[in-house]
Design a protein around this ligand. Structure first.
Ligand SMILES: C[S@@+](CC[C@H](N)C(=O)[O-])C[C@H]1O[C@@H](n2cnc3c(N)ncnc32)[C@H](O)[C@@H]1O
Length: 450
């Protein structure tokens, strides 16, 4: 058996609810939201129902209370009453729902995601309500909040568009062009006037879609660690300029028809020089394309994101930065080694171990502080020097270190060591980039199997 999905217009229509507890109250609220007139039968009323404006007609259910109603909902914990409601409703051809008793229902209430006026209803035909709820949570996270504003905008302009574009296929093309454009971005910012202007311009035949540039943090590799904004930008992008640290799992979320430009930076192998990357970003964004510069971790943590923002500004291109989860936060969470912890570390430093040719090395001796965690990025090659300097600065050779290679990715590896043995551990285990070094007493909290 498979149910027929249907949305009911219950405005001003009578609906019977049998039951006066919290479950009934949730149904009453949903029915009021849909504009229904609720008629209630219940022995006892919970405080919320008692305080609400409701037509409490009787304490006991009798079939006569179904007279004139369009729908009946039984939400009592008395199976006999629930059965009686379902039976009497079926005899009168009135749709009925009995909460949590699928076999008695002629109508089931789906899990819903609301972006008014858009409603997404999910049903598992009563077989897996927990799965339906899980899907709802997923959609709640993935369907942008501005979807409702977009639908409302389309509704407001429907007649106008229909009067200008006579054929159905022209209208469909128009709406699709609107959806492919920047309207969603404008609505996300709450700029309804700009969204309407965009629609009017498109209707007037001015194809003036403006491009944008977003520096997007792709996080450490696990695609579930992307922010919602990052996911939306990736899926809207015409062009994705990415580097080596962006995982394949994240890249798979992009549109298949997007244009991918690899600027694969690898230590010692800067395949595309920074200035050239900036020139690519400016060139692509200037031609009205939606450009995502996708960077591992967070764009502003050892990601040269600042330089790209300055280049965009200099070229007069509006740029937005979408943060990502930086390797230190991700590796710390994955390994359950906190970066700060009462009694063990009251400060933390994110520092790079990779020093530009001719550039300044970090002042490791000054960083050798008690009750402090160091999260060292790009520290593999210089690990011996870094450990020597930290020890010379006053840290014990026994200071614990956790090396996390490919944190949050399927191939992740971790090695618990100490400053005295750091370089040997890295060499022996052939640790590869990307790897993060966490140095400090919070590493004592590390457990192998976590
Ligand atoms: C050029 S930096 C970029 C950092 C990035 N913007 C961030 O916020 O994580 C590259 C370094 O970040 C660290 N890193 C990035 N992703 C990592 C991961 N998944 N696991 C461990 N370390 C990572 C490594 O130290 C790597 O060499």
């Amino acid at each position: 058996m498979h149910d027929f999905p249907l949305f009911l217009d219950l405005h001003g229509k009578d609906v019977l609810v049998v039951g006066g507890g919290q479950v009934a109250w949730r149904k009453v609220q949903a029915l009021h939201k849909a504009g229904a007139k609720v008629r209630l039968v219940a022995k006892r009323l919970c405080a919320e129902i008692a305080a609400s404006p409701i037509d409490h007609v009787a304490e006991q259910f009798e079939p006569k209370w179904l007279d004139g109603v369009w729908l009946a909902i039984a939400a009592t914990d008395d199976e006999l009453v629930n059965e009686a409601v379902a039976k009497a409703a079926n005899e009168r051809r009135i749709w009925s729902n009995v909460v949590d008793q699928r076999a008695l229902c002629s109508a089931i209430v789906p899990a819903v995601v609301e972006r008014k006026p858009v409603t997404i209803a999910i049903s598992s035909d009563g077989q897996a309500p927990v799965l339906a709820r899980r899907l709802r949570e997923k959609l709640e996270a993935e369907v942008p909040q501005w979807t409702g504003a977009l639908a409302a905008l389309m509704g407001r302009f429907r007649d106008k568009v229909a009067s200008r574009l006579a054929s159905f296929s022209d209208r469909r093309r128009f709406w699709e062009a609107l959806l492919d454009g920047d309207t969603g971005q404008q609505l996300a910012k709450g700029d309804i006037a700009a969204a309407e202007a965009e629609l009017e311009a498109l209707l007037a035949g001015e194809n003036r879609r403006s491009g944008w540039l977003k520096l997007v943090g792709a996080g450490p590799g696990d695609p579930d660690l992307l922010t919602l904004k990052a996911l939306q930008a990736i899926q809207a992008a015409d062009v994705i300029v990415y580097d080596r640290l962006v995982s394949a799992a994240v890249m798979n979320l992009a549109r298949r028809d997007a244009h991918f430009i690899s600027v694969g930076k690898e230590k010692g192998l800067h395949s595309v020089p920074q200035q050239e990357i900036e020139a690519i970003l400016v060139r692509e964004a200037s031609t009205g394309k939606r450009v995502v510069r996708l960077k591992g971790g967070d764009p502003f943590v050892f990601g040269r994101g600042g330089e790209e923002v300055l280049a965009a500004r200099a070229a007069g291109i509006a740029v937005e930065v979408v943060p990502g989860i930086t390797a230190a936060a991700a590796c710390s969470a994955r390994t359950q080694v906190p970066l700060t912890h009462r009694g063990l570390a009251n400060q933390m430093t994110l520092v790079t171990g990779h020093c530009q040719p001719g550039g300044e090395d970090a002042n490791w001796r000054a960083l050798a502080q008690p009750k402090s965690t160091l999260a060292i990025y790009m520290g593999l090659t210089q690990s011996s020097h870094i450990a020597d300097e930290l020890i010379a600065g006053g840290l014990a050779a026994a200071t614990p270190v956790l090396v996390v290679e490919n944190g949050t990715r399927p191939e992740e590896r971790r090695f618990r060591t100490d400053l005295g043995q750091l370089a040997d551990t890295i060499a022996r285990e052939q640790v590869q980039s990307p790897a993060l070094l966490i140095v400090g007493d919070t590493v004592t909290l590390y457990q192998e199997d976590k």
